[in-house]
Design a protein around this ligand. Structure first.
Ligand SMILES: *Cc1c(COP(=O)(O)O)cnc(C)c1O
Length: 312
């Protein structure tokens, strides 16, 4: 059993051979964060790793954080708490609903509090945590989504993991990264670890107005990085968590062609945005790109029926 300071395991890197990738003449490899561990996986697990170390260093008895009823973050947090013997408390947005994610949170032993929508909106107030920490003394609070500089730093491990496996996939080097961006914390972690050496493309899972660039710039500034070689690409297709027929068909076709499972909120949207980017000549032939499969497959369960309906 891994100790409390255990870091995320190795994410396999392999080639992604798709006809539209071949047509564009680029080389694409995928870093499979969905394959790190059956429960502790995805970018949320990497984002949590430094937060967990901080919790362990401070002798915390538990972890407390917030998210929605499909939250990949709370799912990873609850799984980590169970594995490392820490109590977990989840503060949930909205009113009590049963989703596959919520059922897992309970099964992992997480204590759930439903805040309603107004209550959840208070989460940025400076006194927000006080009553919750009074109620759950000794718990280490973790920001929504495992964000902040600690979250970004946890994602620096991805760079090492890719560099250690390039030879195995027949690449001498790589030119850039392509990944889904929600808050942009994972993207910022890569940009910090690359120190401006390689381009990081973030395919936006939500509308561009959500201040992602400001958040990324703030993280880069906190890390003392002046060069900003990243680019945000519109990829949300009408909004966060909105699905259309093109997306649903793309998801099923890509899974069948590649054998790589995808989910519709982040990973399928990011790959579809890459296909469109390449169709518009966005990358030179010969470009070697690493696509990060950021995980999140646990959230697919709640969307599956809608995806199947849309695809037919
Ligand atoms: C949360 C999440 C993202 C977005 O990560 P950020 O660090 O917020 O940009 C991308 N993909 C999946 C599967 C996620 O769960």
């Amino acid at each position: 059993m891994p100790g409390p300071l255990s870091l995320p395991g190795r994410a396999p890197l392999h080639r992604l051979d798709l006809d539209w990738v071949r047509r564009a003449g680029i080389e694409l490899a995928v870093l499979r964060l969905d394959r790190v561990d059956p429960e502790l996986s995805g970018n949320k697990w990497f984002k949590l790793s430094h937060h967990l170390q901080a919790a362990a260093a401070s002798g915390a008895s538990g972890l407390i954080s917030l998210g929605g009823a499909h939250s990949n973050h709370l799912h990873a947090l609850a799984a980590a708490g169970r594995r490392f013997g820490l109590a977990t408390v989840g503060l949930l947005r909205g009113h009590a609903v049963e989703t596959p994610t919520v059922a897992d949170l309970r099964r992992f032993g997480m204590t759930l509090h439903w805040l309603g929508y107004d209550g959840y909106r208070q989460r940025h107030r400076p006194d927000f945590w006080t009553p919750w920490l009074d109620r759950h003394p000794g718990h280490h609070p973790i920001p929504e989504g495992g964000g902040g500089l600690a979250g970004a730093r946890g994602c620096a491990a991805l760079v090492e993991q890719v560099r250690g496996q390039l030879g195995e996939v027949g690449l001498d080097d790589y030119d850039g990264w392509w990944l889904a961006a929600g808050t942009g914390t994972t993207l910022a972690g890569l940009a910090i670890a690359e120190a401006g050496q390689r381009m990081v493309y973030g395919a936006l899972a939500g509308p561009p107005s959500h201040g992602v660039a400001e958040g990324v710039d703030a993280l880069l500034a906190q890390a003392g990085q002046v060069r900003r070689p990243y680019r945000l690409i519109e990829a949300s297709r009408g909004g966060f968590g909105r699905f259309d027929q093109t997306l649903a068909r793309f998801l099923f076709e890509t899974e069948a062609a590649s054998g790589v499972p995808l989910e519709p909120v982040y990973t399928a949207k990011a790959l579809l945005a890459l296909r469109e980017f390449l169709q518009h000549g966005g990358l030179e032939p010969g470009t070697r790109l690493v696509f990060v499969h950021t995980g999140g497959l646990q959230g697919r369960r709640a969307a599956d029926a809608e995806l199947r309906r849309l695809a037919t």
